[in-house]
Design a binder for this molecule. Structure first.
Ligand SMILES: [Zn+2]
Length: 305
């Protein structure tokens, strides 16, 4: 029987479970809205996993979890969730290992997605890589010498909370001027609202920019400029072979990538200014594929069933 791995993606609004082959192919996928508390979310994840098992011939060897907030990968603990309750200090790795009856690995969702891109997406073949997910928030992952670099406290790659403007807008972390507060989908929506004088979504700003609206284009350019600066700062430290941008905002394509690349080049010294900045390839499956890849490679300490 072919070997497969269970990938669980714990987003702030959506929960996903997938069975993923060793080649990174999604064999079965189930999704649901995320309940507002940890107990409800764990029950939903277990149900989604059971539904996946019921539809697929393969049985998973192990499970990986990508969590949408800071975690301690060595102990399998969730540090906190910014948006829903009951998560702080929760031993999510051990709890799901017991409920699923599978050895389980836990990492931040951007680390998981970055690892998935490294193995099966836009990072294939790269020895080192910086992955940045730009959605409602901004997360990141660092690959060095072919391996996910988590850092001493599992905090490596948290590029979304790199402070770029100390007098900038307040971030969800409570500080001012983080990259996330300047260039995420949420930041694009905020700037769009200031320009339009009414509530708009980041998606609407992107659509208006693509339709030729100059004010919307200026908002995207502003966000792209900050993103390029953040990438430049990170590249100056890490000098990766490739920089990969995923997430909903990256779906805008060239209208975003072109000003991001320009700002990246303008702010990077030396030959690293020529490092390719490319779109992610795994799309909305990146989360579950990446989570399954955590289990494939045994990233972090893991929790036994
Ligand atoms: Zn922040």
């Amino acid at each position: 029987m072919a070997t497969a791995f269970l990938g669980l993606d714990v987003g702030n609004t959506r929960l996903s479970a997938a069975l993923v082959s060793r080649e990174g192919r999604v064999l079965a996928l189930r999704q649901d809205d995320a309940p507002p508390d940890a107990d409800g979310a764990i029950a939903t994840l277990v149900r989604l996993a059971e539904e996946v098992h019921a539809t697929a011939a393969e049985r998973p060897e192990a499970a990986g979890i990508g969590f949408g907030g800071p975690v301690d990968t060595r102990s399998g603990l969730v540090r906190r969730s910014f948006l829903s309750t009951g998560w702080d200090g929760l031993p999510l790795g051990r709890l799901l290992a017991e409920r699923l009856g599978l050895p389980t690995w836990l990492a931040n969702d951007a680390d998981a997605a970055g690892l998935g891109e490294a193995r099966f997406g836009a990072g294939r073949g790269a020895r080192s890589m910086l992955y940045v997910n730009v959605g409602t928030g901004i997360g990141g992952a660092v690959l060095l010498e072919g391996r996910l670099h988590l850092g001493e406290t599992s905090s490596a790659g948290e590029i979304g909370h790199m402070v770029l403007d100390r007098s900038g807008p307040v971030c969800e972390c409570g500080r001012r001027g983080c990259l996330q507060a300047l260039a995420s989908g949420t930041a694009i929506a905020r700037m769009g609202r200031e320009v339009a004088g009414r509530e708009v979504t980041g998606h609407e700003v992107g659509e208006a920019a693509q339709a030729g609206d100059a004010a919307a284009r200026a908002v995207l350019d502003e966000a792209a400029g900050w993103l390029g600066l953040g990438l430049a700062n990170a590249a100056q430290l890490l000098d990766p072979e490739r920089i990969i941008i995923g997430g909903g905002v990256a779906e805008l394509g060239e209208i975003l990538f072109s000003p991001v690349r320009a700002a990246y080049r303008a702010n990077t010294l030396g030959p690293a200014a020529d490092t390719p900045v490319v779109p992610a390839e795994l799309g909305y499956d990146a989360g579950v594929i990446g989570a399954a890849t955590l289990a494939m490679e045994g990233v972090g300490a893991g929790s036994e069933a």
